[in-house]
Structures are given as C-alpha cells and as structure tokens.
Design a protein around this ligand. Sequence first.
Ligand code: HEM
Ligand code: HEM
Length: 171
Amino acid sequence: MERKIAKYSTLMIAIHWLTAILVVAAYLLSEGGPRVATDPPFWHFVCGFAVLALLFPRLIARLLGGAPPAQDAGSALLNTAVKLGHGTLYLLLAAVPLTGWYSVSKLGVPVDLFGWTVPPIAAAVKGNIGVIANIHQIGGNVILILAGMHAAMGLWHQFIRHDHTLERMRP
Ligand code: HEM
Ligand code: HEM
C-alpha cells in the first residue's frame, strides 16, 4: 500500500526552491569590494534582498504549521544535528543579506531596486569598509557549501535510504 508522505505546505515548498535558486544566483553574480563601488552588481542586490524578503513569509508559514513533523534521523544526536543544520541555514539566510546590506551602505553605493531606494543601514566611509564585509564574503561562501552538503544529504536519503525525504519538499 502507498504510504502517505507528510509534505511541506505548497507555500513553503515554493519559497524553498525559489530561495535556493536566488542564493546560487546571488553567489554567481557577486563581485569583490572595489568593483562594487565602480560597477555595482544590481542583480546581486536584487537576488540577495529577495532572499531576505522571502524569509519572513517562510518563517510565518512554518510557525503556522507549514512544516511536517521532522523525520526520525535514527538517534537523538542525529535529530539534533538535522535541527542545527536547518537552523544554521535559516540564520545564514538572514545574516548574509543583512551583512551585504551593511557593506553596501558602508561603501556608500546607492541601491535602487526598481524605483525603491534601499535606505543605508550604516554611514558610508572612505577606504576600508571593515570586518562586516569580510563576514559577508565568508558567509556567502559558507551558505553555499552548507546548502551543497544539505542537498547531498537530501539526495542520499531519497536515493540510497529510500525514505522519501526529497518528496517532502517536492512541488
Ligand atoms: C541554497 C540552497 C538551499 C537552502 C538555503 C535550503 C534550506 C533549507 C531549509 C532551511 C530547510 C528546512 C525547512 C524547514 O523545516 O523549515 C530545508 C529543507 C529541505 N531541503 Fe533545502 N535548501 C537548499 C537547497 C536544497 C536542495 C538543492 C535540495 C535537494 C537536493 C534540498 C532539499 C531539501 C529537503 C528534501 C528538505 C526537507 C527535509 C526534511 O524536512 O526532511 N534543499 N532546506
Ligand atoms: C544570499 C544572498 C547573498 C549571497 C550568497 C552573497 C554572496 C556574496 C559573496 C560570495 C561576495 C564576495 C564576492 C567576491 O569577493 O568576489 C559578496 C560581496 C558583496 N555583496 Fe553579497 N551576497 C548576498 C546578498 C547581498 C545583499 C543583499 C547585498 C546588499 C545589497 C550584498 C552586497 C554585497 C557587497 C557590497 C559585496 C562586496 C563586499 C566587499 O566589499 O568585499 N550582498 N556577496
């Protein structure tokens, strides 16, 4: 008999995959500091801010029950590891765009998103824009690495363990 698979809500699934595409796009469209000032990467900003904006409906949908009960990973330790991994991804989905926003403000580069001028969240400085920009760069790389490991785990569960994990997030 077919087992009923507990799935994420349609909204959470849509935001999950849209976010995944936007994070990879933001990464691919990123530029180093000096170039950002002379040739601002508009689409890096668009994708990055979209990631931040999508986090709010996603977390609200989750609070309202958009996530199915967690699967048993096999032990209490593994269950905690899964929670920590997902929690870290959520944290980075906020921290990476926010530190990017801070960096662009420090650089004094105006960001105009289709007619909406994004307000700066820090005073512009001349020269070195400080450690937050480094944290942004590192965070941008870490989220990609972590998401890659997360994707590999998802594929492993689905195709090696055959426990339908990927189907929980399937559109
Ligand atoms: C930047 C890319 C990605 C990010 C930031 C991301 C983030 C997340 C987060 C935070 C969750 C936890 C959802 C929750 O319970 O609230 C999740 C779940 C999930 N993700 Fe991703 N993800 C990404 C890419 C991928 C890819 C490429 C795959 C597949 C190969 C994937 C497969 C899944 C699956 C199957 C779940 C559900 C796990 C479960 O509850 O059993 N994700 N993702
Ligand atoms: C998930 C979203 C984002 C990811 C994955 C990401 C990733 C990256 C990466 C990897 C770099 C380093 C590029 C290099 O050194 O070659 C970078 C630089 C930068 N990003 Fe983002 N970013 C995101 C969102 C944002 C947002 C929302 C903004 C703000 C508008 C932003 C502004 C910047 C700026 C100003 C730099 C240059 C920092 C410097 O001076 O070194 N980013 N980003």
